[in-house]
Ligand binder design. Sequence first.
Ligand SMILES: Cc1ncc(COP(=O)(O)O)c(C=O)c1O
Length: 395
Amino acid sequence: MMKQPSFSSLLNAHIAGLEEYPPIQPLEVLSARLNIAVDALVKLDANENPYGPVPAVTEALAAYPHYHIYPDPQHHELRDALAAFTGVASENILASHGADELLDYLSRIFLSLGDAIVNAPPTFGMYSFDARLQGAEVIDIPRRDNYQVDVQGIEQAVAARGGDGRSRGERGRGGQSQGGPGLVKLVFLSSPNNPSGNWMDDDELSRLLRLPVMVVLDEAYVEFAEHPSRAPWVAEHDNLIVLRTFSKAAGIAGLRLGYGIFPAWLMPALWKYKQPYNVNVAAAVAGIAALQHAGQIAAIVDTLKGERARLYEVLRDCSFLRPVEGSQANFVLCQVQGIPAHGLKLALEKRGVLVRHYAKPGLHNCIRVSVGKPEHTAALARELQHIGLDDIKAT
Ligand SMILES: Cc1ncc(COP(=O)(O)O)c(C=O)c1O
């Protein structure tokens, strides 16, 4: 028999060694596996909004008459509504298929093989994932014990890679490093940070903005914080990008809608780069309706913030959990003490309560619990009380 050619050798070499981004199991699959009805599952594992969209969103989706027509590639109506909501000019806003799409675009328009990003783990996994897809190097500057960003460590990492303020032209073609270690082009920061929930202070952000790199500030959870968004800062800083999403506060994660606020000089590159129909009509209709009812969403966010305090108390009162205090997001990170966090996750899962488990540097033996409805917190409290060490050992 003729030997089959090895088509896999045609793949970009760096793709073969990449780890897959760990997928969340869909509700229906979990329901079948656990033999628990979908509606009985308590889903506290992906920081979704358990209240879902406000009624006006579902009404607008049902009433929209033009689903057979392609979307507006420039999202005029949505961007105008976002401009009114954020106070930023619509010329500086780009809408997207979730914030994830913009993370991908940014990696693709800035990074080539041999470039570098700075990542501040523990944090959202897509920053390093997208950079590695481009063959870029990920320089991890771990957060401090209280999860605050190590600003000095980032400054040193950028300087060590020739981030000395020289212009791109002086550095060579496209600003890419020639030969030696890769030039740091992007620093990814999430505030509030996922999964620790802490906020990054103004003076720390200001210091990082003095570096000769692009600072990508991911504000996916900013609506849940006691601090204002940094979207207005973009007008003052040519190297700041702020990303936001409708997946969390607005409760439409399934529709995939995000947006970014970018300095004016970057917009032409993004317009050239983006897929024409990256935001589908349903997402745009839902997003506009959500923005028209922002007050109702703010009221749901307030309810969730109240529930976050109750959830923290439930977790704090559990003998084997040490929750991180003061989350500014819609989740609480917990150190699990004396028992394996993975065993705890599985024991809760068997009882229909889903939480996220971590076992990576800076998150050893941790779980993250999203804020749910009061009945979800009650179910979690009940199951935590009933879980015995034997349950966890048996998993
Ligand atoms: C910090 C952070 N950024 C971005 C996202 C992705 O947002 P989207 O659903 O808009 O793609 C998430 C989702 O969990 C997140 O935690």
